[in-house]
Structure formats: structure tokens, C-alpha cells
Write a protein that binds this ligand. Structure first.
Ligand code: FCB
Length: 462
């Protein structure tokens, strides 16, 4: 039977704004997510949490002000990872803790926090994978230069990456520059569902380029401040897109959505240029670039982090523009609490495609997981059989990708614990550890114990 490779990273993932809380502590500056949540609070809360929030709103007017208080409870959280046998942890660093106004004055207390976290991970035998940007841009950069709409933010990011890696580069050997650029760009600047909540497609496309540029500009410092073990990558969310029918107009929107969400980021990173079909369709909406940008963006990487959640099946919306579309939800499929279709074969399909179509030396699944409506049972436990099944089925796909010869080096479950799920607030639980928000008590769910067993047997119980 195919086993998982030796040194496979059995990981879990989190992100700073979603877990840390302590928003006003130890000199942390304001982030665009603090502002987005505050703006949401200016209007009455949406209390029917079964709904998807409209642009600019966070369900229940929740925020990351306290989140799951990881800033104060990180030792307990590291201990949980150790108890479960987890050997790798993907977390993100809050830029506004390091540089409260995005650039300039460094906040020593911010660096100290991640220093302590990294040391406690290493003491617990957990390999740190640090993401430098998981959506919490310093608000000052938004106010002063227009955030990711400006190249100045890319330069500021490179400087920030230098500052962080100077301090941690002797112990953090895996760096992920940015998380899910498509979501930063399009949810943040086109649909307005995420911070900074803009609804301007032209700006959204400009931010895609500046995010990619920021990534490339940061790579040299991460290497310089590291050592022979240092490995640098980026995390993209890859969404397989299918056309609902063979009709030409449906296939056209499928090709465009695949281009916009996947190839627009993969091609410049791993082939050195934007996809021609999308550039043509964008016309004058295409982002402004400068000579030399393509080379910066395509600097060689050691790995790609892949986030996989669902597939998209699309159909052209008749009577509207040629690229307008709607999503089709296949009947008979299972859906998570996010309304996302459970589709495990997509994980294998995504890895196969990336391996065949791009020269990528190594992969990690940097996020995969599911939200369900978990509750504490009378026996005091949290029984989450659907998440166990979900994870089981996705790990099987990962194992078969490895059997095919795809260099998959690790798998990070989203998420270690329940947390602030962006516009869905605290109302969607992704953790393998339950958090009782009023008390901040952590309770390992059945899926957490299932993971313990999976890791202990190196996947033999799949
Ligand atoms: C991803 C995000 C992560 C989390 C999951 C559910 O898009 O990277 O922070 O919210 O979705």
C-alpha cells in the first residue's frame, strides 16, 4: 500500500486576524479588516446567520477584536498541536503588529510575539510555515497610497518581509509570501465582500498585479535572511472550473473564470507572463505594468501552496454580457455550512493539472477543510462525523496524487480551531478543535482525534 512519504508535513493552518485578537495590544496598528468590521457595526447586525452576508457586512457584526484570543493563549494552542502529533503549523504574521502604519517605525513587541510563538513551536517539534500576508493590510497604507491599488504597497511589503525574516529567518525555514491573491483582489475590490470593501473592477485587476509584484519583490530578502534550508513559496486557491454544458457560450465563461481565478496568477508566477486570452478580453481594463515586472514576479520558487475547497460549475447568463455567468449547484451533492459543494476528486485533479501544466518543484496543500454546524454534546464532546468523512476523503485524494508521483510534501487542515471566518464572522466553524467563544475553552473535536490517529499510523487508517 502507498504510504505518505517520510517527513510528510501533517499540518494545520490558521491566519493572524482570524485567531489572534488583542487588536489594540502591544502597539499593533489598525488593519483593513479592523476597519471593515467597524464599518459593518455602523449598521444593524445581520442576525440570521444562515444567510450569506451582503457586501460590507460581517454576520452578527462580529470582528477579530478578540477572535479566539490566540495572542494570549498561543502556548495552549501549541500544546494542542503537540498532543495531536501535528508536525507543521501554517500561521500568518500580522503586518500591522510589525509595522503599525505599514512602513517606517518597527514595533518591537510585534516581532517579539512571533519570536515567542516560533520558539514554542520548535520546542514542541512543530515546523513553522509563516505566511507574511493573509489579508490584514495596515489601514494606513490603504489611506495613504490606496493599498494594493498602488505599487508603493508592493515595495512596503518587500521591506516588511525583510524586517520579519531578519528576525525569524534563522528558525523559520518555510515562507509563504501571500495567501490567495485572487480573493484579496476580487472579494476585496470587485465584489466588496472582504476588506477594504471596494467595488471597482479596474482597481481589482490592478491589485492582482501589485500583489504578484509584492510577492516577487519579497523573495530575495527571504532567501538572503535565511540559510541553506530556507524555502520560499506562495499560496493560491485553485478552483477547478467546469462548463455546465458543451454549449459554446457556457464554455466561454468557464474558460474566462478559470483564467481569472487560476491561470491569471499561475502563469506569471511559473511561466513568466499573463495568459494571453485573458489579457485580450481585459483590453484597457488590464493592469498597468512596468518593464521588468514579469521577471520579478517569475523569480524561482521552491514550492506552491495550494488551497482547495470546491469546484465551480458555470453557465452563461443568457441575455447578459458574454462573460456574465451563474453557478450551477449539482443535485445530489453534499454541501458544507458555507454552501460549498463537497467534491474530493477536485483535490487530485487540481494537483494533477498543476503538475502537468507548470514546472513546480513541490506542492503543499496549505488549506483544505470544511465548516459544519458543530455543537457540544451532552457527553461534553464535539462529534463531527461529516468533517471526519470530508477529511478522510480528501486525504485519500492526496495519497493517490502521491502515488501518481506528484511531489506533495504536506497537508495543512483548515483549521486548527474554530475562528473568525471573515464576512461570516464566528458563525462558521472550520476547526478540528472547537472553541466555545464565551469562555474561549478549546475542545478537541472527533475530527481532531481522527487526525491524531491518521498521523500516528502515517495514513494507514484511510
Ligand atoms: C480561505 C482563507 C482562509 C479561510 C478559508 C475557509 O479562502 O484563506 O482564511 O477563511 O478560506
Amino acid at each position: 500500500m502507498i504510504q505518505f512519504p517520510e517527513n510528510f508535513c501533517w499540518g494545520v493552518a490558521t491566519a493572524a486576524y482570524q485567531i489572534e485578537g488583542a487588536a489594540h495590544e502591544d502597539g499593533r496598528g489598525e488593519s483593513i479588516w479592523d476597519r471593515f468590521c467597524e464599518n459593518s457595526s455602523a449598521t444593524p447586525p445581520i442576525t440570521d446567520i444562515s444567510l450569506a452576508p451582503p457586501p460590507g457586512k460581517v454576520l452578527n457584526n462580529d470582528s477579530g477584536l478578540i477572535a479566539v484570543d490566540h495572542y494570549h493563549r498561543y502556548q495552549e494552542d501549541v500544546q494542542i498541536m503537540r498532543d495531536l502529533g501535528i508536525n507543521a503549523y501554517r500561521f500568518s504574521i500580522a503586518w500591522p503588529r510589525i509595522l503599525p502604519t505599514g512602513r517606517g517605525q518597527v514595533n518591537a513587541a510585534g516581532l517579539d510575539f512571533y519570536d515567542r510563538l516560533v520558539d514554542s513551536l520548535l520546542a514542541a517539534g512543530v515546523e513553522p510555515f509563516a505566511t507574511l500576508y493573509h489579508w490584514d493590510l495596515p489601514q494606513a497604507l490603504q489611506d495613504e497610497v490606496g493599498g494594493w491599488a498602488s505599487r508603493e504597497t508592493a515595495q512596503a511589503f518587500a521591506d516588511y518581509a525583510d524586517i520579519v525574516s531578519r528576525r525569524l529567518g534563522d528558525r523559520v525555514h518555510h515562507w509563504i509570501t501571500l495567501n490567495e491573491l485572487s480573493v484579496s483582489s476580487f472579494l476585496g475590490h470587485e465584489s466588496g465582500g472582504h476588506a477594504p470593501g471596494l467595488r471597482d473592477p479596474r482597481i481589482a485587476w490592478q491589485t492582482t498585479h501589485n500583489l504578484l509584484l509584492a510577492h516577487g519583490m519579497a523573495v530575495p530578502a527571504l532567501r538572503t535572511n535565511g540559510d541553506a534550508q530556507t524555502r520560499v513559496g506562495i499560496t493560491l486557491v485553485i478552483t477547478p472550473v467546469f462548463s455546465a454544458t458543451m454549449a459554446e457560450e457556457d464554455q466561454r465563461v468557464a474558460q474566462f473564470q478559470d483564467g481569472k481565478l487560476n491561470r491569471w496568477f499561475l502563469d506569471p508566477l511559473f511561466r513568466g507572463s499573463y495568459p494571453a486570452d485573458i489579457l485580450t478580453l481585459l483590453g484597457e481594463m488590464a493592469p498597468k505594468m512596468e518593464a521588468g515586472d514579469a521577471e520579478i514576479i517569475a523569480r524561482p520558487l521552491d514550492f506552491l501552496g495550494v488551497n482547495y475547497y470546491f469546484r465551480m460549475i458555470v453557465r452563461h447568463l443568457s441575455g447578459q454580457g458574454p462573460l456574465s455567468f451563474e453557478q450551477v449547484q449539482p443535485e445530489g451533492s453534499e454541501y458544507t455550512a458555507m454552501g460549498w459543494e463537497v467534491y474530493p476528486p477536485g483535490l487530485h485533479a487540481v494537483l494533477t493539472r498543476l503538475h502537468q501544466e507548470y514546472q513546480i518543484p513541490q506542492f503543499y496543500i496549505t488549506e483544505s477543510g470544511a465548516a459544519f454546524d458543530d455543537t457540544i454534546s451532552a457527553d461534553g464532546h464535539v462529534h463531527d462525523p461529516r468533517r471526519v468523512e470530508y477529511l478522510h476523503d480528501h486525504f485519500l485524494q492526496a495519497r493517490s496524487a502521491i502515488a501518481d508521483g506528484i511531489p506533495l510534501a504536506g497537508y495543512f487542515i483548515w483549521s486548527l480551531m474554530d475562528n473568525f471566518e471573515w464576512a461570516f464572522g464566528n458563525a462558521r466553524r472550520f476547526g478540528i478543535v472547537y472553541v466555545d467563544y464565551p469562555t474561549q475553552q478549546r475542545i478537541i473535536k472527533d475530527s481532531g482525534y481522527w487526525y491524531l490517529d491518521l498521523i500516528a499510523t502515517n495514513g494507514a487508517n484511510l
